[in-house]
Design a protein around this ligand. Sequence first.
Ligand SMILES: Nc1nc2c(ncn2[C@@H]2O[C@H](COP(=O)(O)OP(=O)(O)OP(=O)(O)O)[C@@H](O)[C@H]2O)c(=O)[nH]1
Ligand SMILES: [Mg+2]
Length: 352
Amino acid sequence: MSSDLNEALDSRLALAVVGPASAGKDAAIRALFGVDFGEIDPVPGSTETLRLAQLDGEGRFVVVNTPGFQDVRAEVDSVARKVLDRLDLALFIVNAEGGATKAILDDLKSVQERNAGGLPTLVCLNKIDLIRPLQRDDFVRRTIEQLGLSSDQVVATSFDPHPALGIDPIGLEEVVSWIDGVLAEKGNALLFARHLQNKRLACQPLIKKAARKAALAGAVPIPGADITAVTFIQVQLVEAISKVHSKKLDKDVILWMVGELLAGSSKGFIKKGVAVLKTAGWIPGAQVAQVATAALAGAVAAGATYGIGEAAIRYIQSDQKLDIGDLKQIFDTVASAKAPLITDSSSSGSSE
Ligand SMILES: Nc1nc2c(ncn2[C@@H]2O[C@H](COP(=O)(O)OP(=O)(O)OP(=O)(O)O)[C@@H](O)[C@H]2O)c(=O)[nH]1
Ligand SMILES: [Mg+2]
């Protein structure tokens, strides 16, 4: 695909993390990329107020850490200015406790207006852990209103929850999937995903997209049936997942894994899916034509794609040590959970 080519030839990424003092800019960078900003290679031209660092050591992925853009331009050198002129997106971090002040609104505007066409900006209402759980939804809704934004431009986050609460960071998945959505169009989503600390999290948008595509492909993903369209999507997914982990899997290994998983186990997801499809009138090997069977086939294809995605993550993270029996179990568990349309109808329908 041409997006792979872009990835190889021209991918670069400049992410700005902007926001008032102590809002959690460094915490955001640490939660997402697992690095302390002060310890990453600085880019020359940085100043006290605008700091640049490269996540990949080659200058293809630059993170800009700054309170705002209003006055920094004059202070930085030409290298830094070039980065500022080619920003891809911004995370605007605010302290949820402080609410939406006039100063914050002005800053936000100046960030959004940085690019000619508008800089894609996600507002992170950070330190949401400090707002009581019962009041959060209401609080977030009111703040979004005050900021004059729509709900898809704002995420409630906790990049560094108070240790006494003993909870995990909040909102990372939403932040990652928003960034993925912006970058997918530019062809540098993989460069971003590769640098995320949590590789499982990094793979989620890839898996979700592949599952959606597989569901629409109108084919039943079992060997011997109308296999090519969906299998192609799944093989590409496993390749992308291995890239996110900076590992290379042999094409043969990928084809073998996908084939084995789809071959299924005796009581597994694929077996159930086929049973449900047959009950709905589908004949193995036949084109999926009717509306009713298309929906079911879509559910099987999507569920299987989720299963393959998770199995691939576990396989790669085990250094390719998990055996195929383990992988089949992971596949069945995840696929079944993701396709209630299949699992519910098979348990309530005729047993087998
Ligand atoms: N409770 C809570 N504290 C947070 C959260 N995120 C950051 N903090 C704390 O807020 C303080 C400031 O966080 P930083 O990440 O340094 O904020 P910053 O925006 O980089 O701050 P400056 O660079 O000084 O402007 C630190 O003590 C963090 O531990 C959060 O989600 N919840
Ligand atoms: Mg900081």
